[in-house]
Ligand binder design. Structure first.
Ligand SMILES: NC(=O)c1ccc[n+]([C@@H]2O[C@H](COP(=O)([O-])OP(=O)(O)OC[C@H]3O[C@@H](n4cnc5c(N)ncnc54)[C@H](O)[C@@H]3O)[C@@H](O)[C@H]2O)c1
Length: 330
């Protein structure tokens, strides 16, 4: 049984806490949040202890693993403290907003047998995972083209945007990781970005819409498109194309009912609305994979370096849309 503590009981922390409580090989020992009420609520719901400090979490020998689900600018100090206390870590994406700071974090902990997984949950989505396995199995031949579509139902609040690090580091980062998951190392990046959704995002210096083109070292070409607004729900699709055909992983719907009438055919409900519903199975499988790695002493995947690589792509894409140039990755 792997003893787990969740640090940060906000939107995603509560998902991880519930999954840890429901995992047969994990035991949720305690939760912690600097906002005591958030920790108390989660602790009461799941029948566990609400720790009063981070020190209390890290000093507890029954805690083998810490799930870091706090705002991004706290990830580096929390990963560092947890690894130094001998805990395995599952840290939410992105590892940090600055690749240099992330690398310094790794240099500081590398000597202490760090066991760190990064929360790129889409790798654990059953459809995306199967698409990748079938691609690797040669079903459509070597990857030539991939299209990754990711559109949020609605923009986040201004306070979130302010501390998010911008669209590329906050949202597109998942798609950069999917691009690497499908195509391996990326050699070149080009991005266009715009404010087409909400003028208040522009006032905060951020963008809400983008098209990113990537050239993989293998020669495959990948296109990512993102929007912070999508009226039909949380649009999450992947297409992988090669000489032997195409693999496509589509959206998920609350039901499979279709409506056919004079004005439309094959109309369904809107797609599942946002990440907590759409990636429910992925978050469960992600936590399960993490628990297996801890239990069996296996290497974490995706690991800290995957977190840094995705961050480098986010930085390159931002440089590209701000300068209008293609960015070569050395
Ligand atoms: N993988 C995904 O699908 C996914 C989805 C949402 C968010 N995220 C990531 O998860 C992180 C958290 O996002 P969120 O939307 O859950 O945020 P949130 O604001 O809903 O929750 C964060 C919580 O952390 C607490 N907190 C802040 N600093 C803390 C500290 N030092 N110690 C303990 N608790 C602290 C806050 O009080 C809050 O309750 C972000 O890095 C975000 O990018 C990932």
């Amino acid at each position: 049984m792997v003893g787990v503590a969740v640090v940060g009981c906000g939107r995603i922390g509560r998902v991880h806490a519930r999954n840890a409580a429901g995992n047969s090989r994990a035991s949720l020992v305690m939760v912690f949040d600097v906002a005591g009420t958030a920790a108390e609520q989660t602790a009461t719901e799941l029948g566990v202890k609400a720790a009063r400090s981070l020190e209390e979490v890290l000093a507890d020998d029954s805690v083998d693993a810490v799930l870091v689900a706090t705002p991004t600018d706290t990830h580096v100090p929390l990963i560092t403290a947890a690894v130094k206390a001998g805990k395995a870590v599952l840290c939410e994406k992105p590892v940090d907003l600055d690749p240099q700071r992330a690398r310094e974090c790794w240099s500081g902990i590398a000597g202490g047998n760090p066991r760190v997984m990064v929360g790129f949950n889409r790798r654990f989505d059953p459809s995306f995972k199967s698409l990748r396995e079938r691609l690797e199995g040669g079903e459509v031949g070597p990857l030539e083209l991939a299209i990754i579509t990711s559109r949020d139902p609605a923009p986040p609040p201004a306070a979130y945007i302010k501390s998010s690090g911008g669209l590329m580091r906050d949202m597109t980062i998942h798609d950069f990781d999917m691009a690497r998951y499908l195509a391996g190392d990326i050699a070149q990046v080009h991005a266009f970005a715009a404010n087409l959704v909400d003028p208040s995002t522009a006032a905060l210096g951020d963008v809400d819409t983008c098209v990113v083109s990537l050239r993989a070292a293998s020669g495959a070409l990948i296109q990512i498109n993102n929007s912070r607004r999508c009226v039909y729900g949380y649009d999450q699709r992947i297409e992988a194309f090669g000489a032997g055909g195409m693999l496509q992983a589509g959206n998920q719907y609350p039901t499979s009912v279709e409506s056919w009438g004079a004005a439309r055919t094959g109309a369904r409900d809107g797609v599942l609305n946002f990440f907590i519903e759409r990636y429910r199975e992925a978050y469960e499988a992600e936590l399960d994979a993490f628990i297996s790695c801890v239990e069996e002493g296996r290497a974490m995947s995706p690991d800290f370096s995957d977190g840094v690589e995705a961050l480098l792509l986010a930085e390159a894409a931002e440089r590209s849309f701000r300068t209008g140039r293609v960015v070569d990755l050395g």
